[in-house]
Design a protein around this ligand. Structure first.
Ligand SMILES: NC(=O)C1=CN([C@@H]2O[C@H](COP(=O)(O)OP(=O)(O)OC[C@H]3O[C@@H](n4cnc5c(N)ncnc54)[C@H](O)[C@@H]3O)[C@@H](O)[C@H]2O)C=CC1
Ligand SMILES: CCCCCC(=O)/C=C/C=C\C=C\C=C\[C@@H](O)[C@@H](O)CCCC(=O)O
Length: 258
């Protein structure tokens, strides 16, 4: 299997897209450390996965990506348990236009924090064996969602940060590929709670619903398959994969130099 012997870390792994990422990585042979703040959901998922794949393939760690200390400890525990880290999926994210500082802290700062701590384990410049990091942004990382400007900002930040890290890795020789996942609407708890989290932009809830009707809802399996491709295809570095109900395509970003 493509990921036999590989060790992965997935944040926000207990539910939704993170669960789908975890499952497809395990289906393809990887061991997975599931990091999440939802202990009940995380432990319940691990029970299911242990029955399917055996007890030595998973590790659930209660970890808040807003905490440097907790991520650092979780990565170390993963490396100690599985013998290293080859794959990181910075997936944890929230929608909250009311407590927008928390959205920035989780969605953008959490991705940066996880990436930088993973470098200590994965980069060939620090004795690591290289690997791949896939950061979960959104279609809102490629174009604005008027009903959630801060969420949009965090996702644009994730796209830009990830592309810059891909270029830095190539230039400096980290031996790590960096790619971004940009799905449209996906049926998850976050999606279900959109209307309650728009704050001062709640008047735009109907307009957002119209976007859902225009764009449609993406199949979770298509989201997971796009992550698997960005993890396994060694040619993919600095890519942003747009996933809609109709298609999966890599964004052709404008070039401004040369
Ligand atoms: N559902 C959608 O329509 C789309 C979601 N996304 C992104 O996908 C990612 C996953 O979202 P969903 O699966 O939809 O959400 P979800 O709410 O279903 O699952 C998110 C998971 O992350 C965990 N989490 C939240 N804050 C955390 C923190 N501080 N530390 C650790 N874990 C934390 C939650 O406990 C939960 O298990 C997010 O980054 C989201 O922005 C992107 C595009 C579309
Ligand atoms: C409303 C919060 C949703 C939170 C979950 C999530 O991330 C969902 C994102 C789904 C769709 C995002 C669409 C963004 C569209 C913009 O790019 C818009 O400007 C597109 C304009 C149409 C075009 O073809 O350019």
């Amino acid at each position: 299997m493509a990921l036999q012997g590989k060790c992965a870390v997935v944040t926000g792994a207990a539910l939704g897209i993170g669960r789908a990422i975890t499952e497809i990585l395990m289906k393809n042979g990887a061991k997975v450390a599931l990091l999440d703040v939802n202990q009940a959901a995380g432990k319940s998922l691990v029970e299911v996965l242990d029955k399917q794949y055996g007890r030595e393939r998973t590790l659930f760690l209660n970890c808040d990506v807003e905490s440097e200390e907790q991520i650092k400890a979780a990565f170390q525990k993963t490396a100690d348990t599985f013998g290293g880290i080859d794959i990181l999926c910075n997936n944890a994210g929230i929608l909250d236009e009311k407590c927008w500082e928390r959205a920035v802290s989780v969605n953008l700062m959490g991705v940066i924090r996880g990436t930088y701590l993973a470098l200590e384990h994965m980069s060939k410049l620090s004795g690591g064996r290289g690997g791949v990091i896939v950061n979960t942004a959104s279609l809102a990382g490629l174009g604005p969602l008027p009903s959630c400007p801060v969420y949009t900002a965090t996702k644009h930040g994730v796209v830009g940060f990830t592309r810059a890290m891909a270029a830095a890795s190539t230039a400096s020789g980290y031996g790590i590929r960096f790619n971004t996942l940009c799905p449209g609407f996906v049926q998850t708890d976050l999606y279900t709670s959109i209307k309650t989290n728009l704050g001062q932009f709640s008047d735009l809830a109907d307009a957002t619903q119209q976007m859902v009707e225009q764009l449609g809802v993406v199949n979770m399996s298509d989201v997971a398959e796009s992550v698997l491709e960005m993890v396994t295809d060694e040619t993919k570095n600095g890519e942003a994969c747009f996933v809609s109900p109709k298609e999966r395509k890599y964004v052709d970003f404008p070039k401004f130099m040369g």
